[in-house]
Design a protein around this ligand. Structure first.
Ligand code: SF4
Length: 404
């Protein structure tokens, strides 16, 4: 370790670095979509009479779109005013300061913006328990909250017909809540095909990104992950941007990664731009990133059953994070697969400070990869935009230097 700190104290000669594609049309289009997808713009759509809900942007999104409703990711509740929202959570709702910043910003923002135009919230009961409590509290502020019944499956054997039946009936109920009429299954099937088509493109893009890990920066990769869930409100435009990026990557010559770079697998969001930059400045090359799911919906099943199978399979694989519960126990297995597949030399695992699930997940990962002699750096971040501490940045740089 002393040797590593000595090396960090004396900056080494800068290595040849391939810049990310500054003139990439695909990356510019994705950045523009992400920039326009703002709290204000979403509120304006709701004010103009569109049906918009908080939540419903994950595994269940084909049903929501089939009910002519726009699902909004709850990250919009902390992308701005996060400190003010957190203060409300701590002062008004008495949530302990050390608890998860996502939870605090969500309840704080829903409370301060009670007059916002989106008054309906959809939640899946198998997800994080604290967020469930937060949405229950929000009912006092006039929100209409619907919770899809808790159904979990940790293994394929647990994916019983009864569990599928419960979820199908819950999805039928949600369709009536959204549109006032029974679900149109043909529309859901159409939306499933639309989402699968986007997911296939995103899979292809990430396959190509693995061959050219320096072309798309960490931050840009994060934007693509987010877009793969909700397309920034415009799945077609997002799909076209992904097509354009695929074409750019296909035109590049595939070369082995320069030995100056340290191949890494990242697990979790690492939401902070400065930490991602620190990885890149230290010549870390993110060759794979375990964050969302990579399953496709089964188009051969009746559409509501297809959604139910999708979420239960995702739980058993460790996909989709806290949004579907159960995943906590499994993320490490997906990370291990990626380390083996890519030959990565280390893992950067991130979690949100104060999240009981993530701290358990990271401890499982620490123990597991220590036993398998794979170096792992565990980072804890929050949802705020302030830069990370110098200590956090130094930990990232020291970790990568140690692997060099
Ligand atoms: S980070 Fe953890 S506690 Fe916070 S919302 Fe997500 S799962 Fe819940």
């Amino acid at each position: 370790m002393t040797e590593v700190l000595d090396r960090l104290a004396k900056p080494r000669a800068s290595r040849k670095r391939t810049p990310t594609a500054e003139n990439s049309k695909g990356l510019k289009a994705i950045a523009a979509l992400a920039q326009n997808y703002s709290y204000a713009q979403i509120q304006a759509e709701a004010a103009a009479g569109k049906s918009v809900i908080w939540g419903g942007f994950s595994w269940e999104s084909p049903l929501i779109y089939a009910c002519d409703t726009i699902p909004v990711c709850i990250d919009q509740l902390w992308l701005d005013k996060s400190r003010e929202s957190e203060a409300i959570a701590e002062d008004h709702f008495q949530i302990p300061g050390e608890f998860c910043s996502m939870i605090k910003t969500v309840i704080g923002r829903l409370h301060t913006d009670q007059g916002n135009n989106i008054k309906r919230i959809l939640h899946f009961g198998s997800g994080c328990e604290p967020i469930h409590a937060v949405f229950e509290l929000s009912k006092r502020d006039g929100y209409d909250v619907q919770t899809i019944e808790t159904v979990s499956s940790f293994t394929n054997e647990e994916k019983r017909p009864a569990a599928i039946k419960i979820l199908v009936s819950e999805l039928q109920r949600i369709a009536v809540w959204l549109s006032g009429k029974p679900v149109d299954e043909n529309r859901v099937a159409e939306e499933i095909r639309r989402k699968n088509s986007l997911l296939r493109k995103v899979h292809k893009l990430f396959e190509l990104r693995g061959k050219h890990p320096l072309y798309i920066s960490g931050l840009q990769t994060l934007l693509i992950f987010m877009g793969s869930m909700h397309g920034y409100g415009d799945l077609e435009a997002f799909g076209k941007a992904v097509d354009s990026l695929i074409a750019e990557l296909e035109a590049l010559e595939v070369k082995p990664l320069d030995s100056a770079y340290i191949p890494l697998v990242v697990a979790g969001g690492v939401g902070n731009r400065r930490l991602l930059e620190a990885i890149e400045e230290s010549n870390g090359a993110i060759v794979s990133w375990v964050i969302g799911g990579d399953l496709l919906y089964d188009e051969n099943l009746p559409p509501l059953e297809s959604l139910a199978h999708y979420v239960l399979d995702a739980q058993g694989r460790g996909d989709l994070g806290e949004m579907v519960g159960a995943s906590v126990a499994y993320r490490r297995l997906r990370v291990e697969d990626e380390v083996r597949r890519t030959g990565a030399r280390g893992i950067i695992s991130s979690s949100i400070i104060g999240c009981p699930y993530a701290s358990l997940m990271q401890q499982l990962e620490r123990d597991y990869f220590k036993a398998h002699s794979v170096p792992l750096l565990a980072l804890e971040t929050d949802v705020h935009k302030e830069p990370p501490t110098e200590e956090q940045i130094m930990r990232v740089k020291a970790f990568i230097e140690m692997l060099a």
